[in-house]
Write a protein that binds this ligand. Structure first.
Ligand SMILES: [Zn+2]
Length: 344
Protein backbone atom coordinates (compact mmCIF):
# COMPACT_ATOMS: atom_id res chain seq x y z
CA UNK A 1 0.00 0.00 0.00
CA UNK A 2 1.24 3.49 -0.87
CA UNK A 3 0.34 5.73 2.03
CA UNK A 4 1.20 9.42 2.08
CA UNK A 5 1.42 12.11 4.70
CA UNK A 6 1.36 15.88 4.52
CA UNK A 7 3.72 17.75 6.78
CA UNK A 8 5.65 21.01 6.64
CA UNK A 9 7.50 23.06 9.28
CA UNK A 10 5.17 25.97 8.45
CA UNK A 11 2.60 24.18 10.65
CA UNK A 12 4.86 24.74 13.68
CA UNK A 13 4.76 28.50 13.10
CA UNK A 14 1.13 28.77 14.15
CA UNK A 15 2.33 29.91 17.59
CA UNK A 16 -0.31 29.50 20.29
CA UNK A 17 1.96 30.00 23.32
CA UNK A 18 0.91 27.95 26.36
CA UNK A 19 -2.22 26.71 24.62
CA UNK A 20 -3.05 22.97 24.69
CA UNK A 21 -3.17 23.01 20.85
CA UNK A 22 0.48 23.81 20.18
CA UNK A 23 3.37 22.91 17.90
CA UNK A 24 4.61 20.18 20.28
CA UNK A 25 1.74 18.01 19.04
CA UNK A 26 3.10 17.73 15.51
CA UNK A 27 6.69 17.52 16.76
CA UNK A 28 5.72 14.53 18.95
CA UNK A 29 3.99 12.81 16.02
CA UNK A 30 6.86 13.31 13.57
CA UNK A 31 9.54 12.27 16.05
CA UNK A 32 7.59 9.11 16.99
CA UNK A 33 7.15 8.19 13.31
CA UNK A 34 10.90 8.71 12.82
CA UNK A 35 11.99 6.78 15.92
CA UNK A 36 9.82 3.79 15.09
CA UNK A 37 11.01 3.69 11.47
CA UNK A 38 7.46 4.13 10.24
CA UNK A 39 8.18 7.40 8.43
CA UNK A 40 10.34 5.51 5.90
CA UNK A 41 7.29 3.46 4.90
CA UNK A 42 5.35 6.61 4.00
CA UNK A 43 5.39 8.92 0.98
CA UNK A 44 5.75 12.63 1.82
CA UNK A 45 3.27 14.99 0.16
CA UNK A 46 4.37 18.59 -0.21
CA UNK A 47 1.63 21.00 0.79
CA UNK A 48 0.84 24.21 -1.04
CA UNK A 49 -1.08 27.28 0.05
CA UNK A 50 -4.81 27.15 -0.58
CA UNK A 51 -5.90 30.11 -2.72
CA UNK A 52 -8.47 32.64 -1.52
CA UNK A 53 -10.80 31.18 -4.13
CA UNK A 54 -10.38 27.71 -2.60
CA UNK A 55 -10.90 29.02 0.95
CA UNK A 56 -14.03 30.75 -0.37
CA UNK A 57 -15.56 27.38 -1.19
CA UNK A 58 -16.39 27.33 2.54
CA UNK A 59 -15.57 30.73 4.04
CA UNK A 60 -16.83 34.25 3.42
CA UNK A 61 -14.34 36.58 1.76
CA UNK A 62 -14.65 39.11 4.63
CA UNK A 63 -13.78 36.38 7.14
CA UNK A 64 -10.71 35.31 5.14
CA UNK A 65 -9.52 38.95 5.03
CA UNK A 66 -10.22 39.28 8.74
CA UNK A 67 -7.88 36.36 9.54
CA UNK A 68 -5.22 37.68 7.14
CA UNK A 69 -5.44 41.15 8.71
CA UNK A 70 -5.28 39.73 12.23
CA UNK A 71 -2.05 37.89 11.32
CA UNK A 72 -0.56 41.07 9.87
CA UNK A 73 -1.33 42.83 13.15
CA UNK A 74 0.56 40.11 15.03
CA UNK A 75 -2.34 37.81 15.93
CA UNK A 76 -4.24 37.61 19.19
CA UNK A 77 -7.33 35.90 20.57
CA UNK A 78 -10.23 35.34 18.16
CA UNK A 79 -12.52 33.92 20.84
CA UNK A 80 -12.11 32.51 24.35
CA UNK A 81 -10.46 29.32 23.01
CA UNK A 82 -8.82 30.31 19.75
CA UNK A 83 -5.58 32.23 19.45
CA UNK A 84 -3.36 33.08 16.49
CA UNK A 85 0.09 34.54 15.80
CA UNK A 86 1.64 36.50 12.94
CA UNK A 87 2.37 33.30 10.97
CA UNK A 88 -1.01 31.65 11.60
CA UNK A 89 -2.65 32.78 8.37
CA UNK A 90 0.15 31.23 6.34
CA UNK A 91 0.09 28.01 8.42
CA UNK A 92 -3.70 27.82 8.05
CA UNK A 93 -3.73 28.26 4.26
CA UNK A 94 -1.01 25.58 4.00
CA UNK A 95 -3.11 23.30 6.24
CA UNK A 96 -6.10 23.68 3.91
CA UNK A 97 -3.87 23.42 0.82
CA UNK A 98 -2.09 20.42 2.30
CA UNK A 99 -5.34 18.55 2.61
CA UNK A 100 -6.27 19.51 -0.95
CA UNK A 101 -2.93 18.05 -2.12
CA UNK A 102 -3.49 14.85 -0.11
CA UNK A 103 -6.94 14.49 -1.66
CA UNK A 104 -5.55 15.05 -5.16
CA UNK A 105 -2.79 12.47 -4.62
CA UNK A 106 -5.38 9.87 -3.64
CA UNK A 107 -7.94 10.77 -6.31
CA UNK A 108 -5.26 10.87 -9.03
CA UNK A 109 -4.14 7.37 -8.03
CA UNK A 110 -0.64 8.38 -6.90
CA UNK A 111 -1.37 7.04 -3.42
CA UNK A 112 -3.82 4.56 -1.89
CA UNK A 113 -4.51 6.77 1.13
CA UNK A 114 -3.10 9.85 2.85
CA UNK A 115 -3.08 11.69 6.17
CA UNK A 116 -2.77 15.45 6.61
CA UNK A 117 -0.57 16.02 9.66
CA UNK A 118 -1.54 19.67 9.73
CA UNK A 119 -2.43 22.43 12.15
CA UNK A 120 -4.35 24.51 12.93
CA UNK A 121 -7.17 21.96 12.95
CA UNK A 122 -10.40 22.79 11.15
CA UNK A 123 -13.69 21.09 11.98
CA UNK A 124 -15.09 23.81 14.28
CA UNK A 125 -14.44 26.69 11.86
CA UNK A 126 -17.65 27.97 10.24
CA UNK A 127 -18.07 30.11 7.11
CA UNK A 128 -17.55 33.28 9.12
CA UNK A 129 -16.15 32.34 12.50
CA UNK A 130 -12.98 30.90 14.03
CA UNK A 131 -13.64 28.72 17.03
CA UNK A 132 -12.39 25.70 18.96
CA UNK A 133 -8.72 26.20 17.95
CA UNK A 134 -9.74 26.20 14.24
CA UNK A 135 -9.26 28.96 11.63
CA UNK A 136 -10.20 27.42 8.27
CA UNK A 137 -12.21 24.22 7.87
CA UNK A 138 -9.61 22.06 6.14
CA UNK A 139 -11.80 19.00 5.59
CA UNK A 140 -14.79 20.98 4.33
CA UNK A 141 -12.57 22.87 1.87
CA UNK A 142 -11.01 19.61 0.62
CA UNK A 143 -14.48 18.05 0.22
CA UNK A 144 -15.84 21.02 -1.75
CA UNK A 145 -12.68 21.06 -3.87
CA UNK A 146 -12.91 17.32 -4.62
CA UNK A 147 -16.62 17.51 -5.49
CA UNK A 148 -15.86 20.20 -8.07
CA UNK A 149 -12.53 19.03 -9.48
CA UNK A 150 -13.40 15.34 -9.82
CA UNK A 151 -17.13 15.89 -10.42
CA UNK A 152 -17.91 13.48 -7.60
CA UNK A 153 -21.51 12.82 -6.70
CA UNK A 154 -21.03 11.79 -3.10
CA UNK A 155 -18.41 12.22 -0.35
CA UNK A 156 -18.60 10.69 3.11
CA UNK A 157 -17.01 12.57 6.02
CA UNK A 158 -16.43 10.56 9.20
CA UNK A 159 -15.52 12.66 12.27
CA UNK A 160 -14.31 10.71 15.31
CA UNK A 161 -12.85 13.68 17.20
CA UNK A 162 -14.34 13.79 20.69
CA UNK A 163 -15.93 17.15 19.85
CA UNK A 164 -18.72 17.68 17.34
CA UNK A 165 -17.54 19.19 14.06
CA UNK A 166 -20.10 21.98 14.03
CA UNK A 167 -18.37 23.86 11.20
CA UNK A 168 -18.31 20.82 8.92
CA UNK A 169 -21.92 19.98 9.73
CA UNK A 170 -23.02 23.57 9.00
CA UNK A 171 -21.12 23.64 5.68
CA UNK A 172 -22.94 20.59 4.35
CA UNK A 173 -26.23 20.73 6.28
CA UNK A 174 -28.27 21.38 3.12
CA UNK A 175 -25.92 19.59 0.70
CA UNK A 176 -27.12 16.08 -0.25
CA UNK A 177 -23.74 15.30 -1.85
CA UNK A 178 -21.94 15.06 1.49
CA UNK A 179 -22.87 12.64 4.26
CA UNK A 180 -21.43 13.99 7.52
CA UNK A 181 -21.33 11.55 10.41
CA UNK A 182 -19.86 12.33 13.81
CA UNK A 183 -19.26 10.47 17.04
CA UNK A 184 -18.74 12.93 19.90
CA UNK A 185 -19.10 13.39 23.63
CA UNK A 186 -22.42 15.08 24.37
CA UNK A 187 -23.41 17.39 25.91
CA UNK A 188 -19.99 18.96 25.51
CA UNK A 189 -18.20 21.65 23.50
CA UNK A 190 -19.41 23.09 21.09
CA UNK A 191 -22.97 22.06 22.08
CA UNK A 192 -24.21 20.97 18.64
CA UNK A 193 -24.60 17.44 17.30
CA UNK A 194 -27.84 16.09 18.80
CA UNK A 195 -29.50 13.12 17.11
CA UNK A 196 -32.31 15.22 15.62
CA UNK A 197 -29.85 17.38 13.62
CA UNK A 198 -30.11 15.32 10.42
CA UNK A 199 -29.76 17.81 7.54
CA UNK A 200 -32.16 20.16 5.78
CA UNK A 201 -34.26 20.14 2.61
CA UNK A 202 -32.94 17.76 -0.02
CA UNK A 203 -30.13 16.87 2.37
CA UNK A 204 -32.46 15.53 5.07
CA UNK A 205 -30.78 12.38 6.40
CA UNK A 206 -27.25 13.24 5.22
CA UNK A 207 -26.15 14.40 8.66
CA UNK A 208 -25.83 11.47 11.08
CA UNK A 209 -25.00 12.54 14.61
CA UNK A 210 -24.01 10.04 17.28
CA UNK A 211 -23.86 12.03 20.55
CA UNK A 212 -22.30 9.78 23.18
CA UNK A 213 -22.17 9.99 26.96
CA UNK A 214 -18.70 10.37 28.50
CA UNK A 215 -16.99 7.11 29.44
CA UNK A 216 -17.49 5.25 26.14
CA UNK A 217 -14.59 2.95 25.26
CA UNK A 218 -13.52 0.62 22.47
CA UNK A 219 -16.60 -1.60 22.74
CA UNK A 220 -19.09 1.26 22.50
CA UNK A 221 -17.27 2.84 19.55
CA UNK A 222 -17.12 -0.46 17.68
CA UNK A 223 -20.87 -0.98 18.22
CA UNK A 224 -21.59 2.49 16.88
CA UNK A 225 -19.41 1.97 13.82
CA UNK A 226 -20.80 -1.49 13.07
CA UNK A 227 -24.45 -0.67 13.70
CA UNK A 228 -24.73 2.92 12.42
CA UNK A 229 -21.76 4.20 10.42
CA UNK A 230 -21.12 1.11 8.30
CA UNK A 231 -24.75 0.68 7.13
CA UNK A 232 -25.17 4.45 6.63
CA UNK A 233 -21.97 4.54 4.54
CA UNK A 234 -23.04 1.54 2.43
CA UNK A 235 -26.41 3.10 1.71
CA UNK A 236 -24.82 6.43 0.75
CA UNK A 237 -22.19 4.70 -1.42
CA UNK A 238 -19.54 7.49 -1.54
CA UNK A 239 -16.78 8.04 -4.12
CA UNK A 240 -14.36 9.31 -1.49
CA UNK A 241 -14.11 9.08 2.31
CA UNK A 242 -12.59 11.94 4.30
CA UNK A 243 -11.90 11.55 8.01
CA UNK A 244 -11.69 14.20 10.72
CA UNK A 245 -9.30 12.25 12.92
CA UNK A 246 -9.29 13.59 16.45
CA UNK A 247 -7.44 11.60 19.07
CA UNK A 248 -8.87 13.51 22.04
CA UNK A 249 -11.16 10.47 22.33
CA UNK A 250 -8.25 8.58 23.93
CA UNK A 251 -8.65 7.77 27.64
CA UNK A 252 -5.51 9.72 28.57
CA UNK A 253 -6.59 12.92 26.83
CA UNK A 254 -6.81 15.89 29.19
CA UNK A 255 -9.82 17.58 27.53
CA UNK A 256 -12.51 14.91 27.48
CA UNK A 257 -13.91 11.87 29.24
CA UNK A 258 -13.92 9.08 26.67
CA UNK A 259 -12.01 5.83 27.25
CA UNK A 260 -10.85 4.78 23.80
CA UNK A 261 -7.46 3.04 23.56
CA UNK A 262 -4.85 3.05 20.78
CA UNK A 263 -6.09 -0.44 19.92
CA UNK A 264 -9.61 0.98 19.67
CA UNK A 265 -8.48 3.67 17.24
CA UNK A 266 -6.78 0.98 15.14
CA UNK A 267 -10.02 -1.02 15.03
CA UNK A 268 -11.99 2.06 13.97
CA UNK A 269 -9.47 2.85 11.23
CA UNK A 270 -9.67 -0.77 10.05
CA UNK A 271 -13.45 -0.44 9.68
CA UNK A 272 -13.09 2.87 7.80
CA UNK A 273 -10.42 1.42 5.50
CA UNK A 274 -12.68 -1.57 4.87
CA UNK A 275 -15.48 0.79 3.85
CA UNK A 276 -13.17 2.69 1.50
CA UNK A 277 -11.95 -0.54 -0.11
CA UNK A 278 -15.49 -1.88 -0.44
CA UNK A 279 -17.23 1.29 -1.63
CA UNK A 280 -14.83 3.66 -3.37
CA UNK A 281 -11.69 2.01 -4.64
CA UNK A 282 -9.91 2.70 -1.36
CA UNK A 283 -10.09 6.50 -1.77
CA UNK A 284 -9.41 7.60 1.80
CA UNK A 285 -7.92 10.78 3.28
CA UNK A 286 -7.45 11.59 6.97
CA UNK A 287 -6.84 14.99 8.51
CA UNK A 288 -5.67 15.76 12.02
CA UNK A 289 -8.14 17.50 14.31
CA UNK A 290 -7.68 17.17 18.13
CA UNK A 291 -5.58 15.01 20.46
CA UNK A 292 -3.77 16.63 23.37
CA UNK A 293 -1.95 13.88 25.28
CA UNK A 294 1.27 13.77 23.28
CA UNK A 295 2.10 10.09 23.73
CA UNK A 296 -1.51 8.98 23.13
CA UNK A 297 -1.59 11.20 20.05
CA UNK A 298 1.71 10.00 18.59
CA UNK A 299 1.09 6.29 19.22
CA UNK A 300 -2.50 6.49 17.93
CA UNK A 301 -1.34 8.13 14.71
CA UNK A 302 1.34 5.49 14.25
CA UNK A 303 -1.35 2.83 14.75
CA UNK A 304 -3.51 4.60 12.15
CA UNK A 305 -0.66 4.48 9.63
CA UNK A 306 0.04 0.82 10.49
CA UNK A 307 -3.56 -0.06 9.61
CA UNK A 308 -3.47 2.00 6.40
CA UNK A 309 -0.20 0.29 5.40
CA UNK A 310 -1.60 -3.15 6.23
CA UNK A 311 1.07 -3.79 8.87
CA UNK A 312 0.15 -6.77 11.01
CA UNK A 313 1.12 -5.64 14.50
CA UNK A 314 -0.32 -2.67 16.35
CA UNK A 315 1.55 -1.43 19.41
CA UNK A 316 -0.48 0.01 22.28
CA UNK A 317 2.06 1.03 24.95
CA UNK A 318 -0.60 2.94 26.91
CA UNK A 319 -2.95 -0.03 27.16
CA UNK A 320 -6.60 -0.06 28.04
CA UNK A 321 -8.34 2.69 30.02
CA UNK A 322 -7.95 2.43 33.81
CA UNK A 323 -11.78 2.45 34.05
CA UNK A 324 -12.06 5.81 35.75
CA UNK A 325 -15.79 5.71 35.08
CA UNK A 326 -18.39 3.04 34.58
CA UNK A 327 -18.99 2.25 30.92
CA UNK A 328 -22.38 3.71 29.93
CA UNK A 329 -25.04 1.69 28.17
CA UNK A 330 -25.69 3.07 24.69
CA UNK A 331 -27.99 0.35 23.32
CA UNK A 332 -31.12 2.55 23.44
CA UNK A 333 -29.23 5.47 21.88
CA UNK A 334 -28.12 3.26 18.98
CA UNK A 335 -31.70 2.04 18.52
CA UNK A 336 -33.01 5.62 18.47
CA UNK A 337 -30.43 6.74 15.87
CA UNK A 338 -31.14 3.70 13.70
CA UNK A 339 -34.82 4.56 13.81
CA UNK A 340 -34.28 8.22 12.89
CA UNK A 341 -32.13 7.21 9.92
CA UNK A 342 -34.12 4.09 8.90
CA UNK A 343 -31.11 1.88 9.45
CA UNK A 344 -33.00 -0.83 11.32
ZN1 LIG B 1 -11.60 17.77 19.59
Amino acid sequence: MEVGYVYDPIYLKHDTGQHVENAKRLEAIISHLEQTGLKQQLTPIKPRAATVEELSLVHRKEYISHIQDAAQRGGGWLDADTVMSSNSYEAAIYAAGGLIRATEAVMDGELDSAFGLVRPPGHHATSQRAMGFCLFNNIAIAAKYALAKYKLERILIIDFDVHHGNGTQATFYDDPQVLYTSTHEYPFYPGTGDIDETGAGEAKGTTVNIPLPGGCGDGEYLSVFEQIIVPAARRFNPHLILVSAGYDTHWADPLALMQLSVTGFAQIVKIIKGLADELCGGHLVFTLEGGYNLSALATSIKATFDVLLGNASIEDPLGQAPQRFATPSIASLITAIKEIHNLA
